[in-house]
Design a binder for this molecule. Sequence first.
Ligand code: PMP
Length: 393
Amino acid sequence: MFKQLTQAQLDPILSLSIAYREDRRADKMDLGIGVYRNSQGETPIMQAVQQAQQYLLATQTTKAYVGLAGNEVFNQSMMNLLLSGTSAHSRAAAVQTPGASGALRMLADLMCLAQPDTTVWLTNPSYVNHKPVMEAAGLTVKYYPYFDYATKQVNSDAMLAELAKAGPKDVVLLHGCCHNPTGADISFADWQAVTALANKNGFLPFVDIAYQGFGDGLEQDAAGLKYMADNIEEMIVATSCSKNFGLYRERTGAAIVISDSLQEAQKAKGRILQLARSTYTMPPDHGAAVVATILTDDDLTAVWKQELVEMHGRLLSLRAGLTKAIRAQGSDSFDFIEKHKGMFSVTGLSPEQIERLRKEFAIYAVGDGRVNIAGLQEQQIDYLANALLTVSQ
Ligand code: PMP
């Protein structure tokens, strides 16, 4: 049966990681794959996570099934993180999913079930997996103008002009914060404008938030989403604990449906559970149990928040340091790096320039020009500044 299959294309980011591992140059630098790294280049287990794991190890008495929706304490905690203080909090329902990836797919399946001829509008460019996941669920994908390669910021006017054309058959996917891949976020005024358009024209907002805490802080990063949730009857959210709890491989995330009533939100949740039943059935327990343990314990929550502040602080200082080093070498053309949010920045370098970075400097970045700022170590800042300037001249 399978002989007739053609080879799968290698994932560009994963194949970059393999090439990096095989590179023998001592000064090599991995700015490719999207994981947070500390000053030693490691992706450590957070202290709060370690403590929660120890607690779970000591107290867990069974590995029996948890249930289709996963850990309900986790689900509630995710809604608290994203929606507390809004009117949406009491008319929302959450399902634990295998990462935000699982949430994206379950929500896409839900949309397909409710309205098969839905078109999902993505930012141009967007997270590399958005299009394949939406299309695999059977939805149509279209892009709206977002990143302006000249300014390296969001072109709000172009974005809003295009979104004004979206209607009731459309879903507009927004990045909650720390846009992947560009690093350019919409302003609070943009959140307000998109909310007004959704209310006027009837499209459904879909927020993917995978980096809460990495942009301006835990509360600040949810401000746009909260405004929208407060002022709209229906929207959906995919959220991830991969980055802000460092739980990547534990596959921990949630799908949230906000409706005009709790009853409607619960109905949608019930349909997601039915969809989950026919795919993976239940999400893995461990990551969600860790997060629930942390977020229901004041001391552990404080430890986690402090660690998140430190991770965020490292990103800010790397961004400032790199911009400063490039300026010191005589150019202000990379000042946008300091303005971008989160781990990523799209540099505007062409695939050929990215290739030069790899060949001449052993610096690995994604072909679309995205660099992961967290992959940088403090002592490498001048080296990277020089490399960026050399290939961009
Ligand atoms: N959405 C965005 C915007 C992402 O960047 C990512 C992964 N980096 C995901 C979703 C998927 O995350 P997870 O590991 O939780 O599946």
